[in-house]
Write a protein that binds this ligand. Structure first.
Ligand SMILES: *Cc1c(COP(=O)(O)O)cnc(C)c1O
Length: 433
């Protein structure tokens, strides 16, 4: 399969090139030339298949031409070796819990998948490949855990000192091995600037192979389609009928766009709900047809604080830039911090279900949008313990129990190296490795 750029000014590339480069040379996002439809028969008895089996079938449609079946199967089974259960919250509303992976957030799925696929494409590569990633918290942990112990690849995670939560910091600073955490005496923007400067530095690029582990990489993005198929199978398995509506708490819109891919492949979905926090750029687009990116604002659902969602370019491409077609498949909702808190509290008290701030947005949008005869599934994108402070500020001290997996990280020793915001220091450090 060839991949084209959403900016349409550079030639198509192979999967290998798209995965290694991440972003197209004209700064567009890569899109597959075709989205293959799945035989409708596949859906009839989907409930007989496990999450891994379903994902492998879908993965073959995307990657089957480019990766030997045995290796692809190995990547899928290694990446998705955890549950992705559907839990009923109230009458027709179900939570698709995507947080049973190593760092307890959905980004584990794509992070590990991309790491394994990159590892495959770089096999036999003589030089070591260095992945640079700037993080404000969650991306760093998913990438670090995804690439942990992948041969031939070294990862450098740059994060702002004192500006990530304890649990986030522990998730990428305690691994060691091929993962190096760099604690930057500055902000997230400084971290991003250092990484960008490194990619542009001629001397550095001559001395070592550098690559990014960007969230818009096709190897990270496409696997997010898998769990929509799984949700459908699990509804079937439980004998739940009705038109399916997915509600997706969205920031950079990778998850929602992957859901649209699933629909294009034939998954029977009635509509998607794009659920925003106060960063309501797509909400406004759906209302008015005008896309107006702006600086992000901080909210309690901070993994969704995005002012110019990258994957929106993919949505426009899928629908030929037609606002009418996009609005046909998608409706928008938006909630303030106050509304998020209200929802977390109400669902905890009335339904005995603990939502994280992101999932709360997805749940509430379904509550307000679902019509009789429909079944709603929202993506619960992170375990509430990843946001313990916020959750306990709403539900009360001591309500959140730290799961074993996260407790293990807390026990580890922080191994980060402090660096300044000067590019010269960072460059020196890399050259000395
Ligand atoms: C990244 C993230 C999101 C946003 O997902 P997108 O696919 O970027 O829209 C939502 N919730 C959590 C917990 C996240 O980490």
């Amino acid at each position: 399969m060839k991949y084209f750029s959403t900016n349409h000014t550079v030639p198509e590339v192979s999967l290998m090139e798209a995965v290694i480069k991440g972003l197209a040379a004209d700064n567009g996002l890569f899109m597959p030339m075709q989205i293959e439809e799945i035989d409708p028969k596949f859906f009839e008895r989907l409930y007989l298949k496990s999450f891994q089996e379903i994902s492998f079938e879908v993965a073959k449609k995307f990657f089957g031409e480019d990766i030997p079946e045995k290796i692809l199967k190995d990547i899928v089974y290694d990446t998705l070796n955890f549950d992705c259960p559907l839990v009923q919250v109230t009458d027709s509303i179900y939570s698709l819990e995507l947080f049973h992976g190593p760092t307890m957030a959905f980004k584990d799925v794509g992070g590990r998948f991309m790491a394994r696929m990159l590892g495959y494409f770089l096999r036999g590569f003589e030089k070591e490949v260095n992945v640079l990633v700037a993080t404000s918290g969650d991306t760093g942990s998913a990438v670090a855990n995804g690439f942990f112990q992948v041969p031939g690849i070294k990862v450098y995670v740059l994060y702002p000192k004192g500006l990530v939560s304890d649990i986030q910091e522990k998730q990428f600073t305690t691994l060691g091995n091929n993962i190096t955490a760099l604690e930057v005496d500055g902000t997230f923007d400084d971290c991003q600037r250092l990484v960008k400067s490194a990619f542009l530095d001629k001397e550095l690029n001559k001395a070592m192979v550098l690559t990014s582990a960007n969230s818009i990489n096709v190897a990270r993005f496409l696997p997010q389609a898998f769990y929509y198929f799984n949700a459908y199978a699990r509804l079937q398995e439980a004998g739940i009928t009705g038109d399916v509506v997915f509600s997706v708490p969205s920031g950079n819109f990778g998850n929602l766009t992957a859901g649209l891919f699933a629909k294009f492949m034939g998954l029977p979905v009635k509509r998607f709900i794009a659920a925003n926090n106060d960063n309501d750029i797509v909400y406004n687009y759906l209302q008015t047809g005008e896309y107006q990116p702006r600086a992000s604002v901080a909210t309690i659902a901070n993994a969704m604080d995005v002012g110019d969602p990258s994957n929106f370019a993919r949505i426009l491409e899928l629908y030929g830039h037609s606002h009418k077609s996009i609005s046909g498949d998608m409706v928008g909702y938006r909630y303030s911090d106050k509304e998020i808190r209200e929802t977390m509290k109400q669902v905890f008290v009335d339904e005995n279900y603990m939502l994280d701030p992101h999932g709360a947005i997805g749940y509430r949008a379904l509550k307000e949008n679902l019509k009789p005869g429909e079944v709603g599934v929202f993506l619960e994108t992170a375990h509430p313990a990843k946001f313990t402070e916020t959750v306990e500020s709403v539900l009360g001290k001591g309500t959140v129990i730290l799961p074993e997996k996260l407790a293990e990280f807390m026990k580890g020793e922080k191994l980060s190296i402090e660096i300044s915001t000067e590019f010269a220091d960072f460059k020196q450090f890399l050259l000395a490795q």
